[in-house]
Ligand binder design. Structure first.
Ligand SMILES: *Cc1c(COP(=O)(O)O)cnc(C)c1O
Length: 397
């Protein structure tokens, strides 16, 4: 007799056999530079806590105060009775920070990306998407009835070819991550904006891995690339550098945001962001705006890590983003990367290995993420753990 339990057990075993099983480690501490798990104490190099705001005392204080003043939950979507002054202020704060006209909040950036395309792009429109875009962009684009085109990652010749193919569409939009999370590479936004202008297309950037710390003022990839006034729509998350709790947004022209409030399904049919999260995120944005020191510390840590790792003979992808991929190429790379990451945890350093299909075959890596909350000693300890684990795993060959 068919049972779903037997059927799924087989699928689950296939995932295990393929070495693709994702096990979750339970933390027994808050998210911070030094964490504890049920098994170990470790310096954390795999969080998106780029500015160290996830446990910042002022963020905690703002969230605690909001719990008392504004309550725990909204028990409503925004348009029924789920909008407090906090939500309006948070939206205004994001718009002001990113220098966009208006902003609409979602429960997550996954929802923001899931809710933006269907509303804005329909039959007769064209969406041109980078091949390495985040899963939520891919899913969101699928929900739209627009014609879909894909260009090879950051390949401007291919983007031009796709823009040519899409000629004649009513609305055309080029969609890209601001930072590609497996490589730490920034999208070439200046060239993308040039091409988009040439073809009369809009540009949408998902800047989740950038807002708060990329660009001199932390305004993200458009700032770093000098195109803040040329990007039409920005989506992003509150779940990474900006406090790391949860929430996402779309920022753009007032008419776009107004229409999303009327039609965007994840906005209309999902609960409002909790007051505690809204208040903590407001404080996190205020801190991030003024965090020149934090951004400098993050750059220092990233640079120091890169220099020490290069000296120690590791193979890094080039770049300056705090996402720093340590490469383990070749047939044996996936196994090596996984073993080294496991061994490093025994040395008190928490990093994660990624292999196919998350990254291309033969390009396994350990993705290290620096934070402003790391000290110089933390960074040195990370490098020392890499060296020790490499010696143990490869037998010092
Ligand atoms: C993390 C991330 C998301 C998802 O954000 P959530 O708010 O956690 O849903 C979306 N897009 C990109 C590019 C991301 O890096």
């Amino acid at each position: 007799m068919y049972t779903i339990k037997d059927d799924l057990s087989a699928t689950l075993q296939e995932i295990r056999d393929a070495g693709l099983w994702k096990a979750e480690r339970e933390l027994t501490s808050p998210q911070q530079a030094h964490i504890t798990t049920t098994k170990a104490q470790a310096i954390n190099f795999c969080a998106n806590n780029y500015l160290g705001l996830a446990d910042h005392p002022e963020v905690l204080a703002a969230a605690s105060a909001a719990l008392q003043e504004w309550g725990f939950g909204m028990a409503s979507v925004r348009f029924i009775c789920g909008t407090q002054e906090l939500h309006t202020r948070l939206e205004a704060s994001i718009s002001d920070f990113l220098q966009m006209e208006e902003t609409i909040l979602y429960s997550s950036c996954f929802d923001a990306n899931g809710g933006v395309f269907e509303v804005l792009f329909g039959e007769g429109d064209a969406i041109i998407s980078d091949a390495l875009n985040h899963a939520s962009l891919i899913d969101g684009i699928r929900l739209s009835k627009a014609a879909r085109y894909r260009y090879a990652n950051a390949d401007m010749d291919d983007l031009r070819a796709q823009l040519e193919s899409a000629k004649g569409a009513r609305r055309t939009v080029v969609v890209t991550d601001g930072v590609f999370s497996m490589d730490g590479y920034l999208a070439p936004l200046e060239q993308i904006c040039d091409l988009a202008e040439e073809y009369g297309a809009m540009v949408l950037v998902d800047d989740s891995h950038a807002v708060g710390f990329v660009g001199d003022g932390g305004r993200g990839t458009p700032e770093a690339c000098g195109v803040m006034d040329r990007v039409d729509l920005v989506t992003g998350t509150l779940g990474k550098a900006l406090g790391g709790a949860s929430g996402g947004y779309v920022s753009g022209p007032a008419e776009v945001v107004a229409l999303l409030r009327q039609r965007s399904r994840p906005y209309l049919f999902s609960n409002a962001v909790a007051p505690v999260v809204a208040a903590g995120s407001l404080k996190a944005i205020e801190i991030a705006r003024a965090a020149d020191d934090g951004r400098a510390a993050l750059r220092r840590n990233t640079l120091m890590f890169r220099e020490l790792m290069t000296e120690a003979g590791f193979d890094l992808l080039p770049g300056t983003h705090p996402i720093t991929p340590v490469m383990f190429p070749g047939d044996d790379g996936a196994r090596q990367a996984a073993q080294i990451a496991d061994t490093m945890l025994e040395h008190g350093v928490y990093v994660i290995a990624f292999s196919y299909p998350v990254v291309p075959q033969g390009q396994a890596r350990i993705r290290v993420q620096l934070s402003a909350a790391h000290t110089e000693a933390d960074v040195r300890a990370c490098v020392a753990a890499f060296v020790a684990a490499r010696d143990e795993v490869t037998g010092g060959e």
